[in-house]
Ligand binder design. Structure first.
Ligand SMILES: Nc1ncnc2c1ncn2[C@@H]1O[C@H](COP(=O)(O)OP(=O)(O)OP(=O)(O)O)[C@@H](O)[C@H]1O
Length: 327
């Protein structure tokens, strides 16, 4: 099986609220896959559906070869899952939590749980109700990892962890992927995700904006910036070849995130005497994230055209600038 997870055309509504809109993605085995999106984007809704906690309205899902809607228990047995609000028995101790969970898993679970909780420096005799948020997260992570699942699904796993623990935890996710296991995580920590993720998907208002390997994404997108001397002159025609993700205009300085910025396009821009201070760099994941969030949800990036960058008589140029700044 080459795909650990396949999601095909999934939609989900809660009453009138369309939370997921035709989401499709594939997660290859043996990678760290990060799902990014703003608060309320639909990340937990997608994850909970992948675990069979609720059914999607439309679309097909396969997790480790199992349909979670038809067989949720099998999926949960195969997958190590940490929710954004892990449910633990408050009255149990750390040790009792492991002992209780071990009853549902094959031999070896308890030993692995004890090792993981010791590595996280959790006090075995402390009651769950007395633990801090970060310590609870560590218990939940220990439970999810103790049976060494082929697939880990983690909903904001590092929230509550201090920076040192976060770093070593995320690095351990790279080790898991290197050993052929798959890690699917949602996160708001974009800089950390950038260090560990092989693949990223960006969800915005329930719509998938992009899903790609991080290397491919960074190599195919350019952060282009330049200033213009005369704002009444048009840009060179090569701008037409760019596929805009986002654009902004401040004064006479443009900042553009686009695909298709080939050496020929760059050369044409550099030969245009109206343009100066031309810079073309690979964007960071944070810049890509902000770029994909920037267009209004009902305007696909491809709807941006050279027209919107053309210099107009001053009256119109003001309108163009305002529109660009809104984007
Ligand atoms: N059981 C539910 N009933 C009704 N609405 C729900 C339910 N679960 C989620 N929602 C709504 O679905 C939308 C997406 O929520 P979701 O928790 O999936 O977002 P998220 O991307 O995980 O956000 P965050 O990053 O803040 O955790 C929100 O508007 C939320 O209010």
């Amino acid at each position: 099986m080459n795909q650990a997870i396949t999601i095909d055309g999934v939609t989900k509504r809660f009453g009138r609220n369309a939370v997921l809109n035709d989401v499709s993605l594939e997660v290859p085995t043996g990678v760290v896959f990060a799902l990014l999106g703003e608060n309320g984007a639909g990340k937990s809704t997608l994850i909970r559906g992948m675990l069979g906690y609720h059914a999607f309205d439309h679309g097909k899902v396969s997790v480790c070869g199992v349909n979670p809607a038809a067989d949720p228990l099998s999926v949960r047995r195969l997958v190590g899952y940490v929710s954004d609000a892990p449910g633990l028995y408050e009255w149990m101790t750390v040790a009792q939590t492991g002992w209780y969970a071990a009853g549902f898993y094959p031999p070896g679970f308890l030993r692995a749980y004890d090792t993981l909780t010791a590595d996280f420096q959790l006090p075995q005799s402390a009651k769950i109700r007395d633990l801090s948020k970060g310590m609870r997260a560590k218990v939940a992570l220990s439970l999810a990892m103790a049976f060494d699942p082929q697939l880990l699904i983690l909903d904001e796993p590092t929230s509550g962890l201090d920076p040192l623990v976060r770093r070593s935890f995320l690095e351990s996710m790279i080790d898991r992927a290197a050993a052929g296991q798959t890690v699917f995580l949602s996160s708001h920590q974009i800089n950390e995700v950038e260090r560990v993720a092989d693949w990223v998907a960006i969800l915005h208002h329930g719509k998938l904006q992009v899903v790609a390997s991080l290397d491919e994404l960074k190599e195919s997108v350019t952060h282009l910036s330049f200033s213009v001397r005369d704002s009444l002159l048009a840009l060179p025609p090569s701008v037409d070849q760019l596929e805009f993700i986002s654009q902004s205009l401040r004064g006479r300085s443009y900042s553009i995130l686009a695909r298709g910025c080939t050496p020929a396009v760059l050369e044409a821009l550099r030969h245009d005497e109206n343009l100066f201070d031309i810079k073309a760099v690979r964007p960071s994941l944070e810049e890509l994230y902000i770029g994909y969030m920037a267009p209004p949800a009902d305007t696909p990036p491809s709807a941006y055209s050279r027209e919107s960058l053309h210099y107009r008589p001053r009256r119109d140029a003001t309108a163009t600038q305002e529109s660009a700044e809104r984007h």
